[in-house]
Write a protein that binds this ligand. Structure first.
Ligand SMILES: Nc1ncnc2c1ncn2[C@@H]1O[C@H](COP(=O)(O)OP(=O)(O)OP(=O)(O)O)[C@@H](O)[C@H]1O
Ligand SMILES: [Mg+2]
Length: 477
């Protein structure tokens, strides 16, 4: 397969730190990144060079992001622009989208978010260009896989395709459920991309990431003076998503109070901004996702049953990877070509022993975990075939349906030291705790939210533990 040349990305931001972080993330994803510190330099650069994508800050000296966007539009380069806006300045985001920005990111954003937005922007561009670069085989045929960018042909995934075919272009509310890493966000985006709303915004709200006291204003907006920090009025995500799709990720994390407010909007299709009196009506297609068992949450009084039925009009349950091992070879192919491209390698396959390991592993982190394991394997492979030793410990040591090798606790002779039994047990417990946390972070590429979920503790709790144990949060994953 011919390897397409690297995509050219221009980053314009006056903050050196942000330029550095963005460059690091995107370079690692296989893009060629050029960074400049203001809009004027960006404009000069893009006049001289071929580019595939521009990511620009809104506020910059000389020429700001909005002016840069206008220039790009005027030059008619079909060049997608992603706007970076400060947290809370959503009206700028709306303005940017109206002006033709393909997407925007509110600071601070996380790595997954930036990666997804970039990937989506570039994919949109590829689809609209005749000379689209070669895509992995699975995506080139006009199969459901190609239509939705979702790999798989096992019965449970075929069922997902058929639901997508039926509901993508309807206004119906969809609830996507599945374990962590099963592709919930991918499906949410596929719904949007395959609907007549695809040229309108796809707005994602991660209900787990937004502080509880800001949630209402995040969703519904606020009027100036509604609370102390409300220095100006702002539209919420519902307004931003007007005529497009609103994706409520981790909807199970909403407080009961927010659940009631959301329910009212779903029933009446209208709401008011926080501190506002004007009733606002929007036309929004709602897609929600959760990895919680909402029926159990209902039984425990943590989730409103009436809201559940409103959201669950069309349920899309995503299978865990271990329930669709038929798809493992397809996914391996798909990820190998992706990482070959990204890492400039020429890995052609997997040895029978390695394949055996990949098949028998339990994949608690599902496709995301498989993706990470393969990225690492491609990176470490020094022959065209991935060998067992290129796989992670986790995968190699997996036996008999147990995800973690049973911790071999060697207590040694009865020697509890000067501090006695209690202290010895405490020390051992904290070693095991540390090990489990390290493994969870490893499995989730350092994503604290996901690791916390695997460990079934709160994100805050995990952060405290990490601090206690001297584990640093990874900045660049
Ligand atoms: N069927 C698939 N084909 C190709 N890639 C997939 C598929 N399913 C998931 N992925 C990839 O796996 C990763 C995880 O998917 P995604 O973020 O959609 O999962 P999620 O269910 O939202 O996870 P979480 O609950 O942890 O947020 C992404 O990189 C996604 O592109
Ligand atoms: Mg997700």
């Amino acid at each position: 397969m011919m390897l397409p040349e690297k995509k050219q990305v221009l980053v314009a931001d006056d903050e050196a730190n942000l330029r550095r972080v963005l460059s690091a993330i995107l370079t690692r994803d296989g893009y060629d990144v050029h960074a400049v510190e203001d809009g004027k330099a960006a404009l000069e650069f893009l006049r001289e060079h071929h580019l595939d994508l521009v990511i620009t800050d809104l506020r910059m000296p000389h020429l700001d992001g909005m002016a840069l966007l206008r220039e790009v539009q005027a030059m008619d380069l079909q060049l997608p622009v992603i706007m970076l806006t400060a947290h809370g300045t959503v009206d700028n985001a709306v303005e940017a989208l109206k002006l033709g920005a393909i997407d925007y990111l509110t600071k601070p954003f996380d790595q997954t978010e930036i990666r997804n937005v970039v990937r989506k922007a570039l994919r949109t561009r590829d689809l609209s260009q005749a000379d689209a670069p070669i895509e992995p085989a699975a995506l080139t045929q006009s199969s459901p896989s190609a239509r939705y960018g979702i790999i798989g042909r096992s019965p449970k995934i075929v069922e997902v395709y058929s639901i997508l075919d039926r509901v993508a272009d309807s206004p119906t509310t969809v609830l996507i459920t599945g374990e962590s890493g099963t592709g919930k966000e991918l499906v949410a985006r596929a719904l949007h991309e395959n609907s007549s709303r695809k040229d309108k915004p796809f707005i994602k709200v991660n209900c787990a990431a937004i502080p509880k006291d800001l949630m209402e204003s995040e969703l519904f907006g606020h009027e100036k003076g509604a609370f102390t920090s409300a220095v100006s009025s702002k539209p919420g995500r519902f307004e931003l998503a007007d005529r497009g799709t609103l994706f409520l990720d981790e909807v199970g994390e909403l407080t009961l109070e927010m659940q009631s407010k959301l329910l009212r909007v779903l029933q009446e299709s209208e709401f008011e901004r926080v501190g506002g009196i004007k009733t606002i009506r929007v036309n929004v297609r709602l897609v929600a996702a959760t990895n919680r068992d909402l029926r159990r949450e209902i039984a425990q009084g943590a989730f409103r049953e009436d809201l559940f039925y409103r959201l669950n009009v069309v349920p899309i349950p995503l299978p865990a990877l271990r329930e669709r091992s038929l798809d493992i070879p397809l996914l391996i192919d798909f990820f190998l070509s992706k990482f070959n491209q990204r890492l400039k390698k020429q890995v052609t396959g997997v040895s029978p022993e390695a394949l055996q390991r990949l098949h028998s592993y339990g994949w608690p982190g599902n496709i995301r975990e498989l993706e990470n394991v393969l990225e690492r394997a491609v990176l470490f492979a020094d022959s065209p075939i991935i060998q067992e030793e290129n796989l992670t410990q986790e995968v190699r040591n997996f036996r008999d349906g147990k995800s973690l090798a049973p911790p071999a606790i060697d207590v040694g002779p009865v020697d509890v030291g000067a501090d006695g039994l209690k202290e010895k047990v405490k020390a051992a417990a904290s070693r095991i705790e540390r090990e489990l946390i390290v493994r969870a972070l490893d499995q989730t590429s350092g994503n604290v939210t996901h690791a916390a979920r695997l460990l079934k503790i709160s994100r805050k709790g995990l952060q405290l533990k990490m601090k206690e144990l001297g584990l640093r949060e990874r900045e660049d994953g």
